[in-house]
Ligand binder design. Sequence first.
Ligand code: ATP
Ligand code: MG
Length: 564
Amino acid sequence: MRQSQMLIPTLKENPADADVISHRLMLRAGLIRQVASGLYTWLPLGLRVLRRVEQILREELARSGAQEVLMPVVQPAELWEESGRWHKMGPEMLRMQDRHQRNFCLSPTHEEVVTDLFRREVHSYRQLPCNFYQIQTKFRDEVRPRFGVMRAREFTMKDGYSFHMDQESLDATYREMHDCYSRILRRMDLRFRAVEADTGNIGGASSHEFHVLADSGEDVIVHALHSDYAANLEKATAAAPPTRPAPTAALTRVATPGQESIAEVSAFLSLPAARCLKTLILDGVDGPVAVVLRGDHALNEIKAQKLPGVTVPLRLAADTAVLEAAGCRPGSLGPLGLAIPTWVDIEAAAVADFVCGANTDGFHYTGANWERDIPLDATRVVDVRNVLPGDPAPDGSGPLALQRGIEVGHIFQLGRVYSAPLAAGVLDRSGASVIPLMGCYGIGVTRMVAAIIEQNHDDAGIIWPRPVAPFDVHVIALNYAKSEAVRTATEGLLQELEQLGFSVLLDDRDERAGVKFADADLIGIPHRVTVGDRGLAQGVVEYRGRRDTENQEVALAALAERLR
Ligand code: ATP
Ligand code: MG
């Protein structure tokens, strides 16, 4: 391909509204352009990368026995009513009507449609297990589209769905897809981690996420330093704390004027934050509820949202509601005498002789103790905090560590969450109708391209891993317009390399060498070959790998073999 004939609108400057490196580089290298918030056009160079990523997915999914289908993006409301999600899905789902005023949505995911396909076409246990996938557009009206294609509103997902007669078969396919995703990420040379995940609002039992490790990731993932334990922070737990020591101090009410935050109270009383319990009041379905945590611990919103009576999404109660429930401002809250349902984090329940608010502005208790001073109902002791680096792993193997990741893949065991309401029964051996178990498996294809860049770049631009690069070789022709020798040599090279199966981008533009090199670094094709009059006079060209710091002279005649 000739660069003069391809739309690669590179930018010298960093675009103002791009906060992460991949977004900046995708704009600067001319891979994508924004059409509206969260909506992007993929330009020729970007699309080549996207297609190579898709090709790797197709190859590995075929190896895992999945069959490719293509389902519609526009879907009838009736199917979503059958699953109960037409009313459950929030504003993320874009709804519309056709000319007959019938309701439709732009699909955020395809469980309903695939289950409908299955119930119409698959009737016998002999046809199971089966595993369908597609690479298709999804639309989710995200609250905050950002980071370019990483969190877009319209994006491409590889989504797959499997159907099984029993748990053993579902487990086998689930493991196979786990392996398949690992192979895919390894083929793209990505550093990644598979972690236990929260099952979110899709529901179901087992779930793993695949995260590409990057500081810009929106997710925090937790792993044990000395074992295989790994989980999303949303779900990660630590080993249970040791049993609570016996009380030694006397309960004392102390004046703490103006001391409201844990930092202020702990400094004022010269006690570590871990000994100061904090009480949060949340909005509840039937009135406010309280959660008590150690002062050095943070509330885990995903865990808290699962507590009975807590609103989803979780909301801290307004100051007026706090005053009404406890008679004070949020900075003086405590569990002693609090007359609303109270959940206590397991770590907070293990502290003795602690400090807590006295539910009177400007006062705290010191030397407070569970049971002796404050009743503690064992069924109200729960895990609702975020683990911290260094916390003991739940498997007893040693400390936990935290790092950031970009979720590129997610696999779930759905059970019968969709197959039951859609009545997708099949006949078993004895002729009885059985509702199959389902698994579902997603990869964010467009997000994957951004994640690859997050892990592979330098100050000058993108460094494509070879398996997904838009081209294999970038031939830079210096003085192409004026020099007959350069034209002849590069055209010959282009032909020779293409015959060997390399894809080649030939920079035949009438631009200064400096501009061409800067663009080449930005675009990040793995191999760069520079052809100029001076070298040709000696029969040589310059070779440089995208990660190299020096050029190497290579005889023109030997180059193709060398690249091979
Ligand atoms: P997230 O927590 O990032 O919103 P999710 O849990 O909603 O993701 P799934 O419903 O499991 O995602 O979708 C499967 C995959 O689709 C995700 O792992 C992710 O790679 C991709 N994906 C999800 N939402 C978006 C988005 N708004 N833009 C681009 N890719 C997305
Ligand atoms: Mg989401």
